[in-house]
Design a protein around this ligand. Structure first.
Ligand code: ZN
Length: 292
């Protein structure tokens, strides 16, 4: 199997943690095994949470993990002048204009707490579908009606044709946020197509997004996206089996670096979090153990 392009796509909204590092190293292992180039795509559409120090943390983390990227920024200045998602706004805009032709698009004014009131898990059940509000309504998000969506075909690594329904977590996914910015599902899809990404390595938590993006690609007539191969990796857990998050200081890569930890220490920590019995000593060993 040969792939041309994969990507590492962090969001500069917090300091990276061990789970991010695991995803990055796994992407490197895939890229080396299959001859793919690595694109560094920093997803900075959310300008409210954007901070330069988070971009620096991404760059420092890649250095620390000894991951060489083939395409993408190598400094904050380069990022802000050439690689920010702001540069690709016309592409997102074109996709948003196109999606307006779809009868599946609808306007939604629900707040998070209203959604939680109807479903405590926070799953959107299509409450605004029958309200048929205009798309230019103030403070309205644009959603895609997925309630009648059919099975979607996709390729799971290594080369398995699979078929799945859009999971509840991505039910009626948002394509344009209330602030009129493109939503993650749309920008990520447009970017992956733009950069010719044919292998996506991401956490299992993003599986619903994968299905949502496949659905959106079909609506936009971007059939090439269905040829992408996906690998959804298990998520690393904290010591108490908790979900790792960017706000949690523990397991932040920056903190581990500051404590003088080495790449080998980090690999060993990952091995423990993954429940491996062997101790990982080096990147080749990591590849051996972590690659499916
Ligand atoms: Zn709604």
């Amino acid at each position: 199997m040969k792939f041309a392009q994969t990507r590492i796509a962090p969001t500069p909204s917090g300091f990276l943690h061990l789970g991010n590092a695991y995803s990055f190293l796994l992407t490197k292992a895939f890229a080396e095994k299959h001859g793919a180039k690595i694109l560094l795509r920093i997803d900075d559409l959310d300008r409210e949470r954007y901070r330069q120090e988070y971009v620096q943390d991404i760059l420092d983390t890649l250095d620390f993990l000894e991951i060489q990227i083939h395409q993408g920024p190598s400094s904050i200045a380069e990022f802000e002048s050439q690689w920010t998602q702001q540069e690709r706004r016309p592409l997102y805009q074109a996709a948003l204009e196109q999606v307006q032709q779809s009868r599946l698009l609808f306007s939604c004014t629900c707040t998070k707490s209203q959604i939680l009131q109807i479903d405590p898990r926070g799953i959107y059940l299509g409450q605004c579908l029958d309200r048929r509000m205009p798309l230019d309504k103030n403070e309205a998000a644009w959603r895609i009606n997925t309630l009648d969506a059919d099975f979607l075909d996709y390729i799971a690594y290594p080369d398995t044709q699979k078929s799945a329904l859009i999971p509840e977590e991505a039910s009626c996914y948002v394509v344009r946020k209330k602030d009129k910015n493109p939503a993650y599902q749309l920008s990520s899809l447009v970017d992956d197509i733009y950069f010719g990404v044919d292998l996506i390595v991401r956490g299992q938590d993003l599986f619903p997004s994968t299905l949502g993006q496949l659905d959106l690609a079909r609506i936009l007539g971007k059939e090439e996206f269905a040829k992408t191969t996906f690998y959804h990796h298990p998520l690393l857990k904290g010591p108490d089996q908790s979900k790792l998050s960017k706000s949690a200081g523990a397991f932040s890569i920056r903190q581990l670096r500051q404590e003088g930890k080495t790449l080998r220490d980090v690999l060993q920590l990952m091995g423990k979090s993954l429940g491996l019995h062997e101790e990982i000593q080096s990147f080749p060993e990591f590849s051996e153990l972590a690659l499916p």
